[in-house]
Design a binder for this molecule. Structure first.
Ligand code: TRP
Length: 411
């Protein structure tokens, strides 16, 4: 497809004013809300944002190029949308490498399962394609948006870095940085190149900022845009201004990169490509939101086995029927069932997942049995994460965050 047609301009992409959006679903980096109590309409989101659906032929290509089975998150449609991912694969096929860029806003001490998804997936991409990766910790963003001191956001960034490292990143190919520590030099020069090319009207259109917002908000988007350009990392990519960038993220980050892609060609870089995920649903169901203020809406990587068990048994929204008789007769409604949804993210075995869906959907299996299986799967995952995190020392965090060349990053 002609990318000029597919990619509407940053301004044109945003079809509705913030007032009009209020009755509609709202998805931006700070708010995710479905239309009055319904589910997020992802087709509509793709249409509104102007990104593309990730079709099965692209997944086949990934398998061919990496000579390995695609990650569960690809096979099951967790990463479901993209921008120019095909171009990244074209270039890779020609023997050109690329680099990965992802990030996290360190707003909380403990991460929940939803937070791990982009990192688990990025780790797979790094290993499968053997490419370098930069991870931005936007401690400045969280200082600007949340009620946090500079010192507290910096501390959270380091704590979160441990959880990120625990996802298994390769230190020979990974640079993790905090904005408060790293922004300056070549990175800052790119920020001002970007700032000069984005008007106030554009950020108002893209992010919905209002006149009463402090100017910190208006000035932040270039900080998240800059890592999309290789020259922001002279210790890694010096002389490689042509290197392409692929950004795995949840789809709520799309506005930042729509803005970035609009600017990229005007300052002489490739537009960053994106591969975007669904949101991980709250335990209470897809209509609910996982919220930091309700610890019972999500499973945290710090939850004990007992807590996991209790949360799932007590809160995970079930599509099963009210009575056993009715359930045997009608079966479960898999569309709204959270245990099935969670298993489809985290149960690796395709055959077992299919079998469970069939048995549960036809009423032969009961909610309790499905929940029991989910408890096992998640306990194992959280246990593994906890062990890996415990092994991450302060020295290792320093090593990942050191501004240093990575001579073997493409090997
Ligand atoms: N803004 C993101 C957040 O609040 C953090 C982030 C920065 C990010 N750069 C990114 C996320 C690149 C995905 C990709 O979590």
């Amino acid at each position: 497809m002609d990318s000029k047609v597919a990619e509407r301009g940053a301004l044109e992409n945003e079809k509705e004013t913030p007032q009009e959006q209020e009755q509609e679903q709202v998805v931006n980096p700070w708010e995710v809300a479905a239309k009055d109590g319904g589910k997020i309409d992802y087709d509509k989101l793709i249409d509104k944002f102007g990104c593309q659906r990730l079709d099965p032929s692209l997944i086949d290509r990934v398998e061919r190029l990496t000579s390995r089975r695609a990650h569960v998150f690809l096979r099951r449609g967790v990463f479901f949308a993209h921008r120019d991912f095909n171009e990244i694969l074209d270039a890779y096929e020609r023997g050109e490498k690329f680099y990965l860029y992802t990030g996290r806003g360190p707003s909380s001490e403990a991460l929940h399962l939803g937070h791990l998804i982009p990192f688990m997936f990025t780790q797979y991409l790094q290993e499968a394609f053997k490419v370098p990766l930069v991870i931005q910790l936007t401690d400045d963003e969280k200082f600007l948006w949340k009620n946090l001191t500079v010192e507290e956001s910096r501390r959270l960034a380091r704590e979160n870095a441990k959880d990120i490292i625990a996802c298994g990143f390769d230190i020979r190919r990974t640079f993790i940085f905090s904005d408060f520590d790293y922004v300056g030099g070549a990175f800052y020069r790119n920020m001002v190149e970007i700032s000069k090319r984005v008007t106030c009207n554009q950020v108002v259109g893209i992010f919905g900022f209002i006149g009463e917002d402090h100017i910190g908000k208006y000035s932040f988007p270039p900080v998240q845009a800059a890592p999309s350009f290789p020259s922001s990392f002279p210790h890694l990519f010096s002389g490689k201004d042509n290197l392409r960038c692929l950004i795995p993220c949840a789809i709520d980050q799309d506005p930042y990169f729509r803005m970035t892609r609009d600017v990229a060609p005007r300052i002489g870089y490739h537009k960053p490509a994106l591969i975007e995920s669904l949101f991980f649903p709250a335990l209470q169901g897809e209509t609910g939101k996982m919220s930091a203020s309700d610890p019972n809406s999500a499973i945290y990587v710090t939850d004990s086995e007992k807590v996991i068990k209790n949360k799932i048994n007590k809160y995970a929204f079930s599509g099963g029927q009210d009575s056993i008789e009715k359930h045997r007769q009608l079966g479960a409604n898999l569309e709204v069932d959270i245990p099935i949804k969670y298993l489809s993210f985290f149960l690796e075995d395709d055959a077992e997942l299919e079998h469970t869906k069939k048995e549960y959907g036809s009423g032969r299996m009961l909610t309790g049995e499905v929940k029991q299986r989910l408890i096992e799967v998640l306990t194992k995952l959280v246990e593994r994460h906890r062990r890996a995190r415990a092994a991450v020392t302060d020295e290792l965090v320093d090593a990942f965050m050191a501004v240093r060349p990575l001579p073997n990053m493409f090997n």
